[in-house]
Design a binder for this molecule. Structure first.
Ligand SMILES: [Zn+2]
Length: 263
């Protein structure tokens, strides 16, 4: 059973077999296919340099979303805490106002002109006291809630700040990686323009499409009549055409451009 090359390792593909090929061997390679092979070598070099860097924007986006989530959680927790603080202060002042009202009503008891008025005032005092007790109960409940809210606000803020520090570290690392690689990538890309020279435009476009969709390998070797890109057998007719090296031959299964292994 042949083992399929994984895409990750395909980037750092071993091109030694292609390098070892001797133009004097029995299986000469079509001129355009040889150029594609040389170009593929340069492209694989660029790919291995840019592979990590190409993943950075998606990684940054993912981390930013996580950071935004944490920031929203921290903002919401702080807002809940503030709301509770305001409500608690409102309870205090409502409770004090009720106390003042009770004091005034008690004073009014002394100047009541008749029993009905006296009873009505007593009734009002009871009613205000009852309301005040309810307000005080609410206030106590709020104080209890505030302990939890304060803890949640502190925890979510800490989580956000920690993640922000990690995110800033990531951004700095990413920038450093881009800077460090910039020259190497520039050199490899400059080589690419030269390597692509002389390849018919249609074939070059076909190659570029395959390179992207076929795991960084658009040109594949044939060994014992098997395409080494997809491990399917190719037709004897195609083997003959490859031996003749007069045409560009594609794998019938994966469409990769083929070349023969040295005899
Ligand atoms: Zn194939």
């Amino acid at each position: 059973m042949r083992v399929r090359t994984l895409s990750a390792s395909a980037v750092g593909l071993d091109c030694s077999r292609a390098d070892r090929r001797d133009p004097r061997t029995l299986n000469p390679v079509h001129e355009h296919v040889q150029k594609l092979l040389d170009l593929q070598k340069v492209d694989q070099e660029v790919s291995s340099l840019t592979k990590d860097i190409d993943q950075l924007p998606a990684e940054e986006e993912k981390r930013k979303r996580r950071l935004d989530q944490l920031e929203r959680a921290a903002t919401e927790a702080a807002a809940a805490m503030q709301k509770a603080e305001v409500e608690s202060r409102n309870c205090d002042s409502a409770s004090r106002a009720a106390d003042e009202q009770v004091t005034k009503l008690n004073e009014r008891l002394n100047v009541c002109r008749n029993n009905a008025e006296y009873q009505a005032t007593l009734f009002e005092i009871e009613s205000v006291k009852k309301d005040r007790d309810q307000i005080q109960d609410d206030g106590l409940q709020l104080l209890e809630q505030m302990e939890g809210l304060s803890e949640a606000a502190a925890t979510t803020l800490k989580a956000f700040e920690e993640e922000r520090a990690v995110f800033e570290g990531f951004l700095a690392e990413a920038q450093k990686m881009r800077n460090d690689r910039a020259d190497e990538i520039g050199e490899a890309r400059a080589k690419r323009a030269g390597a692509a020279e002389g390849i018919p435009p249609d074939l070059l476009r076909e190659y570029e499409g395959l390179y992207k969709t076929r795991d960084f390998m658009a040109v594949s070797q044939v060994e014992d009549a098997y395409c080494q890109g997809c491990y399917n057998k190719i037709t004897m007719n195609d083997v003959a055409r490859l031996m003749g090296s007069s045409a560009v031959v594609r794998c019938g299964s994966c469409q990769r451009v083929l070349y023969m292994a040295p005899a």
